[in-house]
Write a protein that binds this ligand. Structure first.
Ligand code: SF4
Ligand code: SF4
Length: 168
């Protein structure tokens, strides 16, 4: 059996059934609308025939997750710092820009960079508030950003509450 199988994205599929005609095994012909992974031999004929590009070949075995070393986390933090600077610049650009289309572009870049920052933080071990790193960060912020004390304390209280609920 090939080390890949076909996956159909039902949101894109236009239901023209071309994949059914080209499939040599009948893997695409079932009532769920999903290609049968166990019957698929990974030949890729359906993917090449699909006019909607709704079929993707996926690996049967996903590669092992890369270990996150301290070096990698430090590199992620540097990228985060650069992205934070970019977001600050984009905020100014979008506020000052008078051209409607350029303003929309800056707005979109501003939001997408903020999402990237969130993802990078998650990848650096700050996935949830309860993570040790997130708690350490909040405690540090309590010292460094006293003007946000009530917000930070509120977050720390929430962690305490959820920890004690888990023990009940
Ligand atoms: S990859 Fe080949 S066997 Fe698998 S569903 Fe597509 S046509 Fe059928
Ligand atoms: S060929 Fe593509 S668009 Fe047509 S039924 Fe198959 S997956 Fe859907």
């Amino acid at each position: 059996m090939a080390n890949v199988y076909a996956h159909r994205d039902l949101k894109i599929c236009s239901k023209d059934c071309l994949c059914l005609f080209v499939c040599p095994t009948g893997a695409t012909n079932n009532e769920t609308g999903q290609i049968d992974k166990e019957v698929c031999i990974g030949c890729g004929a359906c993917m090449r025939a699909c006019p909607a590009h709704a079929i993707t070949m996926l690996p049967r075995q996903l590669p092992k997750e890369q270990e996150k070393t301290e070096e990698m986390i430090e590199a992620l933090k540097k990228v985060i710092q650069n992205k934070i600077k970019e977001v600050a610049i984009l905020r100014q650009l979008k506020e000052k820009e008078e051209d409607k289309d350029k303003k929309k572009l800056y707005q979109a870049l501003y939001h997408s960079n903020k999402v990237i920052i969130e993802d990078l933080y998650r990848e650096s071990g700050y996935m949830t508030l309860k993570s040790k790193k997130a708690q350490e960060l909040l405690s540090e912020l309590l010292q460094d950003v006293p003007q946000k004390e009530s917000t930070i304390k509120n977050l720390l209280d929430k962690i305490d509450d959820s920890n004690s609920l888990q023990k009940v």
